[in-house]
Design a protein around this ligand. Sequence first.
Ligand code: FAD
Ligand code: NAD
Length: 477
Amino acid sequence: MDTTDFDLIVLGAGPVGENVADRAVQGGLTAVIVESELVGGECSYWACMPSKALLRPVQALRAARQVRGAAEAVTGELDVPAVLARRDYFANDWSDAGQVGWLDSAGISLVRGHGRISGPKEVTVTAADGTVTVLTARHAVAVATGSDAMIPGIEGLREARPWTSREATSSKTVPESLAIIGGGVVATEMATAYAAFGAAVTLIARGGLLTSMEPFAGELVAQALREQGATVLLNTETARVSRTGNGVVITIADGSTIEAEEVLVATGRSPRTRDLGLETIGLTPGAWLEADDTLRVPGLDWLYAVGDVNGRALLTHQGKYQARAAGDVIAARVKGAPVSDAPWGVHAATADHQAVPQVTFTEPEVASVGLTAAAAREAGYEIRVVDYEIGNVSGAGLRADDYRGSARMVVDERRKVVLGVTFVGPDVGDLLHAATVAVVAEVPLDRLWHAVPSYPTVTEIWLRLLEAYGRPDGSPR
Ligand SMILES: Cc1cc2nc3c(=O)[nH]c(=O)nc-3n(C[C@H](O)[C@H](O)[C@H](O)COP(=O)(O)OP(=O)(O)OC[C@H]3O[C@@H](n4cnc5c(N)ncnc54)[C@H](O)[C@@H]3O)c2cc1C
Ligand SMILES: NC(=O)c1ccc[n+]([C@@H]2O[C@H](COP(=O)([O-])OP(=O)(O)OC[C@H]3O[C@@H](n4cnc5c(N)ncnc54)[C@H](O)[C@@H]3O)[C@@H](O)[C@H]2O)c1
């Protein structure tokens, strides 16, 4: 048995754990990271990277087909084996050699194995060959163990060995038919990809699609999925799932059945805290790990929870934002340096509350940041909502023939600042960061008029939204 001391122990080498360790080392601390699978985490091998690699060729082909003159040059279909091979490249063929090299160059130690907290500031790691290493943290332990697919208690579902996001993003083949349970981000993105690959897709959502976003987002995505040949069942409860000799049978609440070669369950995530030794420090295994805005677990001054595992915002970029705050604040606290934990301070993940950007890579894309109109009203804001059809912007017409898309801006009427923006349409993901800046910086609308979008780009949607809102002094638009 080896015993080793570090200033900081990080549990989990996903994008978030890597960044916590990196910032702490840059702040002068020593850090070790514990990883039970692949350095790089879910995002690199079974989530962001492979899913976006699957979707990009679909988007590129659509983009060419929507431009007369270019469309005529598209005479074939997607080359699905080539798409899968390109996906393999972006998933580094499920090898973490490159990321291990990066850890080394960043001065971060790596211990492979399953880590469990075995007491205050102590982590016991069990390697695949049974070797046990006890690590002691001089100052802090950061839990960045992420999340895994939540399998709901639908009768027979677990026994039917469903696909989760892992199989959907790493499959080497395309099933003839794919049923998808869920109506969120994973369900809609994977429906978009597999429908384009030629699978007969049936999406079964118990409510609408993308319900945490503005309602028109889910409506436009449902319409587009249907046009792409998918069957979209809304407000449909799945009662039972069973595996047969040649696939699965899904029984929905009205008793009718759907047969498919595979079923993908995409109903949200569970925190990876079940087997983490949380009971040894008075916390509940299996629960999300609560964290304050400096990512510290309330009541334990040495424990941090960063990324998916704290349930604040399950996105890589938001987890890495938290990681920068956490790594820096751990180093500051160790050195007795000032801690800037007031809202918007460098050590506070304030944006998690009201300014989380997200792009859903469906066809059309959905890009949103900040509060929806419903969320803003619920939070007590006095708001005005401005809607505009993106297709009316000259740049949109140039980008794609018959461009279809919508934008919404939610304005705080008391302060005259933007609370939230949603864009739905081809390639709108790249419009989002301007909206994020406007929301985070609380740019007054009268100043936003001076941020002139270039002609003829789709960013002129900003001008149209402002015109639709009206000049702040009430003068003619
Ligand atoms: C299909 C899909 C697509 C997605 N696409 C996007 C996207 O486009 N953009 C985006 O921003 N987000 C996306 N996400 C979300 C994103 O994947 C997560 O937010 C991100 O991976 C969280 O990073 P993390 O480091 O917190 O956790 P993870 O990436 O899950 O990493 C946690 C690491 O901890 C390790 N670990 C767990 N327990 C232990 C233990 N006890 N001991 C040692 N190691 C342990 C795991 O093996 C893993 O490597 C997607 C998610 C899914 C499922
Ligand atoms: N492009 C991106 O940024 C991206 C892509 C994929 C995933 N992600 C992240 O991964 C996370 C997980 O995605 P997800 O799609 O699994 O979750 P989600 O929270 O987006 O959607 C879950 C869906 O499952 C449904 N559902 C929940 N419980 C159910 C049950 N018992 N029976 C039937 N339906 C049920 C919900 O109604 C909802 O439609 C998201 O939080 C997202 O942030 C991000």
